[in-house]
Design a protein around this ligand. Structure first.
Ligand code: PRX
Length: 665
């Protein structure tokens, strides 16, 4: 059971702005994909039948006759006697339906180079890549690691893998060689697909050298990677290992685009995506085929109100995260959408880049994260107003609660005061959006994700699992299985059961706190466990602590997520150095330890601050009181410290934090 002590953990204060709601315009509602409120009760009456209807929108190689098997919770099976090919659904069927000329991807490289890929061209590329992978021995049931920049080949690679019935494990390009190796080992990948590098902030950020480093690491465990396929993007020099490494462009030129997509069981693994949990070891979240694609496609079409013939959709997420999987690859492509894919950062060459892309391609639906919106707010609206954003008709937000100020700015400055904002709550584990307004139906409340989507049942409960009632806060649970739900933690069913299903029986515990307002709308309040949310990315305190104590000079460490104006939360570390160490000095310790974390986990985990301290606040039983450290890191007065073994320690630590802040002023 979740303890009371956790209740204030990491929660972000958020209050409804009573009375401020934005109903859909009559015009928007009239043409919206969903505009009949009866959808909610119809779906609630028989959620399985509702999802079966949605699943039939896809092409099934063998139609399913069974919808859900929940006889062995928490291991769900959806549409499990059916056979499907996910890549066929994302590409072939659109070409067969006569939409081969439609642009699938308007790709924009950071340096300004562009590529336009139609569905027909995408099919050609995916077929060739599938033949190539097959020739390298990839077959149904295998895993392939993908470590790539945001280039069309990344999407082609993902689709080619799943076309063969194999599963991919995409590793975000910002992760270190060590993190990559751990993921390659855990998933037992036989092939790695990478690139020489990709453009970020005007420079080529190398990838292949990190793959070489990852595969050469002495970890005490063997890996089974036979080949590394390398896409040429950055034009930077790379070492090619004989008999192992192959250039993508050389190999692909030698194969024919002849490949028939076979059907695979609906529960065939589709991908593994690693995410941080409360321990040092990332969890391999396993998603399977039919249910995942059903919900990714359904939510993409209805929550963003997609009209594939006319809309130009853009999701700014990287393919290395779940948002990139569901709303840049599988959702939009299953729906035959035309979308923008951008390689680089929003501030290259200047902060107008995103808005220039929207103007250039006439983007109509735009999906991004609150942290990005807050960065643009800081820069000021004049950067945005240089561009014509009048094509935008729907905006989306994901990754963390969107504070009402950011909501209003997004609505006014980007959405012209008219585009609805869908604030979408979901997780790597849920696979697809679970809580969100429907833009043609819901009166929007800035700051609230509001209601579960049709077919999903969610509650906010107290520690004992009882509904909290309107006006109260508690823990978010998902009451019934849903099609795109996580099927397992790869190789660790016990951890799967323990993490999500041990608190409230057969209900899924999301790890988030939430509050129901007087109308019953849901307000997300942040994580209730030791997971941080930095720029919408999940990081584990335990993982960063273990990287820090891996440094030869570090004796002990405690990491907290402190609130940060731009990134939501930021990593703040408190470190005790070994008594006899001589390597680190007061002057160099912070920089060295930040670099150490970036090297071992990846740049995204680099702490904002590292404080060298002589003692950590511990209870008499030896448990570190992270709550007090967070108070100190956020500059709050330290409350009751009487349970600490050493009551002076927090005064010293708070003073250190204050001194640093004053020094920066
Ligand atoms: O705390 C919630 C927060 O992000 C967590 C999931 O992180 P991850 O698996 O990395 O997936 C992020 C993209 C789906 C959740 O447990 N979160 C995500 N979306 C929202 C959110 N918190 C509040 N509002 C949201 N819209």
């Amino acid at each position: 059971m979740v303890s009371n002590a956790n209740h204030d953990h990491g929660m972000i204060e958020s209050h409804p702005l009573e009375g401020t709601t934005y109903p859909p315009s009559a015009e928007f509602a009239a043409s919206a994909n969903i505009n009949d409120p009866a959808v909610y009760w119809k779906a609630a009456e028989d959620p399985e039948a509702y999802w079966a209807t949605q699943a039939k929108e896809l092409h099934w190689h063998k139609p399913f006759t069974k919808t859900l098997d929940w006889s062995n919770p928490p291991f769900a099976k959806w549409f499990y006697d059916g056979e499907i090919n996910v890549a066929y659904n994302c590409v072939d069927r659109h070409v067969e339906a006569g939409h081969g000329d439609r642009v699938a991807i308007h790709w924009e490289g950071e340096p300004g180079d562009t590529r336009k890929v139609t569905y027909e061209e995408l099919l050609f590329e995916v077929k060739r890549a599938a033949v190539l992978l097959e020739s390298l021995g990839v077959t149904a049931g295998d895993r392939v690691a993908i470590y790539m920049p945001m280039i069309p080949e990344a999407i082609v690679a993902m689709l080619a893998v799943v076309r063969l019935g194999a599963a991919h494990s995409v590793v975000f390009g910002g992760f270190s060689a060590e993190s990559l190796r751990a993921r390659i080992e855990d998933a037992d990948a036989k092939l790695v697909i990478t690139a020489d590098g990709g453009y970020r902030k005007g420079k080529v950020s190398p990838l292949k050298p990190l793959v070489d480093e990852a595969l050469a690491l002495e970890t005490g465990q063997k890996h089974n990677v036979k080949n590394v396929l390398v896409v040429k993007r950055g034009d930077n020099p790379v070492d090619m290992v004989a008999d192992r490494d192959l250039w993508w462009h050389e190999e692909i030129a030698q194969v024919e685009a002849q490949h028939e997509a076979k059907g695979f069981n609906a529960e065939n693994p589709l991908f593994i995506l690693y995410t941080s949990g409360t321990t040092g070891k990332p969890k391999g979240i396993l998603h399977t085929s039919g249910g995942y694609l059903t919900q990714a496609a359904y939510t993409h079409k209805n929550i963003f109100d997609l009209k594939p013939e006319v809309d130009v959709y853009w999701c700014t997420a990287d393919i290395g995260w779940i948002t990139g999987h569901s709303y840049l690859v599988y959702g939009p492509l299953a729906n035959g959408a035309t979308q923008v894919v951008y390689e680089g950062t929003p501030d290259t060459p200047d902060w107008g880049r995103w808005w220039s892309i929207i103007e250039k391609y006439g983007v109509t639906i735009f999906y991004t994260a609150p942290t990005a919106i807050r960065s643009f707010m800081k820069i000021g609206r004049q950067e945005v107003q240089k561009y014509d954003l009048s094509t935008i008709r729907v905006l989306g937000s994901v990754g963390e609660p969107i504070n009402p100020e950011a909501w209003n700015w997004y609505h006014d400055v980007i959405g012209g005061g008219t585009a609805p904002i869908v604030d979408t709550w979901w997780q790597t584990e849920t696979g697809a959006i679970m809580i969100s307004p429907l833009p043609g139906l819901t009166s929007l409340k800035p700051g609230s994700a509001q209601v579960p989507i049709p077919g999903v049942t969610i509650d906010v409960v107290d520690d004992t699992g009882n509904h909290v009632g309107h006006g109260n806060g508690g823990l978010l649970v998902i009451q019934k299985p849903w099609p795109s739900m996580v099927r397992n933690i790869w190789g660790d069913p016990e951890r799967f059961k323990e993490t999500y299903w041990s608190q409230f029986g057969d209900q899924y515990f999301a790890g988030d706190g939430a509050r129901l307002d007087d109308d019953g709308d849901i307000w997300l309040l942040g994580r209730v466990d030791d997971v941080m949310n930095v720029s919408g990315h999940r990081l584990s305190t335990a993982e960063i602590e273990s990287a820090l104590v891996g440094h030869t000079s570090v004796a002990e460490s405690a990491v907290v997520g402190a609130s940060d104006e731009t990134t939501g939360q930021a990593v703040v570390a408190f470190v005790i150095l070994k008594a006899n160490q001589t390597e680190l000095t007061e002057e160099n310790a912070e920089a060295e330890l930040k670099a150490h974390v970036a090297k071992h986990i990846g740049a995204i985990a680099r702490p904002r601050q590292v404080f060298i301290v002589h003692e950590l606040p511990k209870t008499r039983s030896g448990k570190i009181m992270r709550r007090l450290l967070r108070d100190a890191a956020e500059g709050r007065d330290i409350g009751d410290t009487t349970t600490l073994a050493d009551t002076m320690v927090m005064q010293t630590i708070s003073q250190r934090v204050r001194d640093e802040r004053d020094a920066k002023k």
